[in-house]
Design a protein around this ligand. Structure first.
Ligand code: PMT
Length: 410
C-alpha cells in the first residue's frame, strides 16, 4: 500500500483510450490511493461517469456549474486536496489549453488552480502528436515543470501507425508512484527565502551547422542539486546546457547551448541570487570561426586545423563580483591530481568550497547515477564521500552550503 493516504485527481479527456482509465484507477486503488475523477464533456462520449463513480467510490465531476456535492469551490478544493493530478488520456486540446492559460472547464480549471505535480499521458493520432503546434505546447508545459508519460508507437485506433498510443498502464502508474513517493517525506524547508543559481549539463561549441564540440555531461548532477534545493524551499534557477533530463518540478529552467550564452545569462542573473552552484561542464575553448555552411572534406585534405579561442571562465568572472553575502560552490572534473587541481581552482575562482570528482573512477563523474566526490573547503577542510547516488550528494552539498552560511553569519 505504497500510496496509502495519497489523493490523486484523475483527469479523463475524450479519446478512445479513455476506457484504460478504469485500469489505472484499479491499480492506483490497489496501492492505497484515493481517486477523484474529473471528466471532460467529450470523455463522457467514451465512458460514462457512472463507471468511474463505481470504481472510485467517489462522485465524478464533469460540469463546472453543477451544484457541488461536497466541496465548497470544487476546482479549488480538489486542487488543494490532491497530492497529484494525472491526466490519462490527455488530448492535444486539453494540453493546449493548459499551455496557453485557458481554463474553460472543470479539468483545465483544476489543473490551473493547483500547485501540485501534474502528469500528462498523451494519446492521439500520430500526425496530431507530431504537429508542430502540439509539440510546441508540450515543450512549453515541460519547461514549466509538468510531467509526461510519453505515448508509445503502434497501430492506432484510427488505423494510422506511429507514436500516439496511450502508454502502458503499468508505466503510467509507476510514474505516479515515483513522483508521489519522491515527494512523500516532506523535507525541512531550510532554504526558504534563498535564491539558487544552479548550472548543469554540457555546453556545445558550434563548428558549423552540423558539428559542435562538447563533453559527456548529462546534467544529472546539477539537476539533482536543483531538485533537492527546490524541495528544501529555495527558489531555483537552473541554467542548463543541452540535456534530455526531465526538469524538476518547481524549478525555473533557462536553456542555453554555448559557454558564451551561459556566461551572459549567469552575468544577468547574478545580482538576484544568494547561492551559486556551478555543476556545468563548460567548454574552455570554442572554434574561432563558425562556418556558415557545412565544412566539406575536400579531395586532398588528410588533415585540417581548427583554431580554438578561450571561452570566458564563468565561475572565475562571477568570483570577481562576489559579495560577502553570497556562497559560491564550484565543481572540478579531473582525471588525475584531483585534490591538487581542486585546491588551485578553489582559490583562483574565489569559492567557498569545491566539489571535485575523478571522472575516470567507476561510478563517478559523467552520466552515472552515482558519484564519489571530494569536498575542499576554503578553511582547509577536506572530506571524501563514498560512492553515493547523486541525489544524496546533492543533499550533502546543500548541508555544506548551510554550514558555510552560518559560519559567515548570513
Ligand atoms: O552532468 P553529469 O553527467 O551528471 O556529470 C557531472 C559532472 C562530471 C559534469 C560534474 O560532477 C562536474 O564535475 N562538473 C564540473 C565540470 C567542469 O567543467 O569541471 P572543470 O574542472 O573544467 O571546471 C571547474 C569549474 O569551473 C566548474 O564549476 C565549471 O562549471 C566552471 N567553469 C569552467 C570553465 C568555464 N569556462 N567556465 C566555468 O564556469
Amino acid at each position: 500500500m505504497k500510496l496509502k493516504g495519497k489523493n490523486v485527481v484523475l483527469g479523463v479527456t475524450g479519446g478512445i483510450a479513455a476506457y484504460k482509465a478504469c485500469e489505472i484507477i484499479s491499480q492506483l486503488k490497489k496501492l492505497g490511493a484515493s481517486i477523484d475523477v474529473i471528466m471532460t464533456r467529450s470523455a463522457t462520449e467514451f465512458v460514462t461517469p457512472y463507471t468511474f463513480q463505481s470504481l472510485t467510490g467517489n462522485s465524478v465531476i464533469v460540469n463546472m456549474f453543477e451544484s457541488p456535492k461536497y466541496w465548497d469551490m470544487e476546482h479549488i478544493s480538489l486542487a488543494q486536496k490532491s497530492d497529484l493530478i494525472l491526466v490519462a488520456p490527455a488530448t492535444a486540446n486539453l494540453m493546449g489549453k493548459v499551455a496557453n492559460g485557458i481554463a474553460d472547464d472543470m479539468l483545465s480549471t483544476t489543473i490551473m488552480a493547483s500547485d501540485k505535480p501534474v502528469v500528462f499521458a498523451p494519446a492521439m493520432n500520430t500526425k496530431m502528436y507530431e504537429n508542430p503546434v502540439v509539440q510546441k505546447n508540450l515543450k512549453t508545459l515541460e519547461k514549466l515543470g509538468y510531467h509526461f508519460v510519453d505515448p508509445k508507437g503502434g497501430i492506432l485506433a484510427c488505423g494510422d501507425e506511429g507514436k500516439g498510443k496511450l502508454q502502458d498502464v503499468e508505466i503510467i502508474v509507476e510514474k505516479v508512484k515515483e513522483i508521489l513517493t519522491r515527494n512523500s517525506e516532506e523535507p525541512e524547508k531550510d532554504l526558504e527565502g534563498l535564491t539558487f543559481l544552479v548550472t548543469a549539463g554540457p555546453t556545445r561549441e558550434i563548428i558549423d551547422p552540423v558539428r559542435f564540440l562538447s563533453n559527456h555531461s548529462t546534467g544529472k548532477m546539477g539537476y539533482e542539486v536543483a531538485r533537492a534545493a527546490v524541495n528544501r524551499g529555495a527558489k531555483v534557477i537552473l541554467l542548463s546546457g543541452p540535456s534530455t533530463l526531465e526538469v524538476p518540478f518547481g524549478v525555473e529552467l533557462i536553456r542555453v547551448e554555448t559557454a558564451v550564452e551561459m556566461y551572459d545569462e549567469a552575468m544577468r542573473l547574478y545580482d538576484e541570487i544568494d547561492v551559486l552552484v556551478k555543476t556545468a561542464a563548460v567548454s574552455d575553448y570554442r572554434p574561432k570561426e563558425i562556418a556558415k555552411e557545412k565544412m566539406k572534406k575536400g579531395e586532398r585534405n588528410e588533415e585540417i586545423e581548427l583554431t580554438l579561442i578561450r571561452n570566458p571562465d564563468i565561475l572565475l568572472e562571477l568570483g570577481k563580483r562576489k559579495g560577502a553575502n553570497k556562497i559560491h560552490v564550484g565543481f572540478a572534473a579531473e582525471t588525475h591530481n584531483v585534490l591538487e587541481y581542486g585546491k588551485d581552482k578553489l582559490k583562483r575562482k574565489n569559492l567557498d568550497f569545491l566539489v571535485a570528482n575523478d571522472v575516470t573512477e567507476e561510478g563517478a563523474g559523467f552520466a552515472h547515477d552515482t558519484n564519489r566526490v571530494h569536498y575542499i573547503h576554503k578553511n582547509g577542510e577536506m572530506t571524501s564521500s563514498e560512492t553515493l547516488k547523486k541525489e544524496v550528494i546533492a543533499q550533502e552539498i546543500l548541508d555544506r552550503i548551510m554550514i558555510e552560511r552560518k559560519t559567515k553569519g548570513i
